[in-house]
Write a protein that binds this ligand. Structure first.
Ligand code: UT7
Length: 326
């Protein structure tokens, strides 16, 4: 696996200079200190270097990938899919692919999809990218949303392991509830409200969020699904090496950790440095910890998310890669 974040760092001071906000408000309410923006990139531009690095690490050539899956809510275009654009950019010669739209849960929904395709025998090897260029859809004049997000992407190769006793992706619990749609969404640009002068003037092509309502739903949803997957698999907090949570708000992550009874040292956090990269948060966290040599073979990981839709879920996996060596 691998990840890519753009080099340009935007600290909270960037917003202090433009909006009625403060570093103190952003830090204490969300945990974010800085994020990366790539104002001139498409999401495929962020996914490409992550994908290249992941393939290189695994020693894969251009004809070794059977399926490309991109989890994103900021596709390069409404169509064709970002998977098509990425396939072309990478020069992959023998694959099919598609995008998955599940917002902050996109990586987990795509991981379960990839797992099912490999387990069914439909594919040997899947390139799965999760990432978003949130700077394309956040309103830089809206202090309630602009400070929350960042740009970035992660990439993983999902394949079968022939070794007996391998566990890998062990279980997943995923949910959707469209009753949440009006609390976090992009009102215009789809078929319900195609672009018009009015939609542009009304700034309807940007993320709109009722933060408090989503916060309450996220605290309950992410904690419950995480405890659910632990109980289904007879896992105690001691058994879990790492919680890999979606990075929307440090307070939501803390609530989930507390419900698990987990030591704070066992939680992957990068929201302070990267903000909420939507479908990118979980694979970027995993890749960073992997590169830092903090993941050991046999570690039990719980990946958890909550986001627009609503979409939410947990994946339980056992880390099967040897310790990373640069
Ligand atoms: O990843 C997708 C899923 N999304 C989430 O999980 C996000 C869930 N929601 C949240 O993380 C939090 O609700 C926010 C961080 C978005 C907001 O935090 P909050 O503690 O819920 O604040 P709030 O929305 O209740 O706003 C409190 C006050 C309001 O002012 P009044 O009405 O009390 O005077 C806001 O207008 O803070 C104000 N405010 C700000 N002030 C300074 C909102 N944004 C800002 C800002 N700077 N950037």
């Amino acid at each position: 696996m691998a990840h890519y974040v753009p080099p340009e760092v935007y600290t909270n001071a960037f917003f202090e200079e433009r909006l009625d906000t403060s570093d103190e408000w952003i830090r204490t309410r969300t945990g974010i200190r800085e994020r990366r923006f790539a104002f001139n990139a498409g999401t495929s531009t962020l996914m490409k270097p992550a994908a290249e690095k992941a393939m290189e690490r695994r020693g894969l050539g251009k004809d070794d990938i059977d399926i490309v899956i991109c989890a994103t809510v900021t596709p390069d275009h409404v169509f064709p899919s970002t998977a098509c654009i990425l396939q072309d950019a990478l020069g992959l010669t023998n694959c099919w692919g598609f995008d998955i739209s599940a917002a902050c849960s996109g990586f987990l929904f795509a991981l379960q999809t990839a797992r099912s395709l490999v387990e069914s025998g439909a594919a040997n090897r899947i390139l799965l990218c999760g990432g978003d260029r949130m700077s394309a859809i956040i309103d830089m004049k809206d202090r309630t949303t602009s400070v929350l997000f960042g740009d970035g992407a992660g990439a993983v190769i999902v394949e079968a392991d022939e070794n007996p006793g391998t566990v890998g992706i062990a279980d997943s619990v995923l949910h959707i509830d469209g009753a949440g749609k009006r609390f976090l969404f992009q009102p215009a640009g789809g078929s319900v409200k195609p672009p018009s002068t009015d939609t542009v003037e009304n700034r309807e092509h940007y993320v709109k969020q009722d933060g408090k309502t989503v916060f309450k739903a996220a605290v309950v949803g992410m904690a419950e699904v995480t405890v659910d997957i632990m109980e289904r698999n007879n896992l105690s907090a001691d058994d879990v090496a790492w919680l890999v949570p979606h990075q929307a708000n440090l307070r939501i992550i803390d609530a989930t950790r507390e419900r698990m009874g987990l030591d704070p040292k066992k939680v992957m956090i990068n929201i302070d440095r990267l903000g909420n990269t939507t479908a990118g948060t979980i694979p970027i966290c995993l890749s960073e910890w992997y590169e830092q040599g903090r993941l050991n073979k046999g570690d039990k990981l719980i990946l958890s998310s909550f986001g627009a839709g609503y979409t939410w879920g947990s994946v339980y996996l056992q880390w099967e890669l040897p310790k990373y060596e640069s």
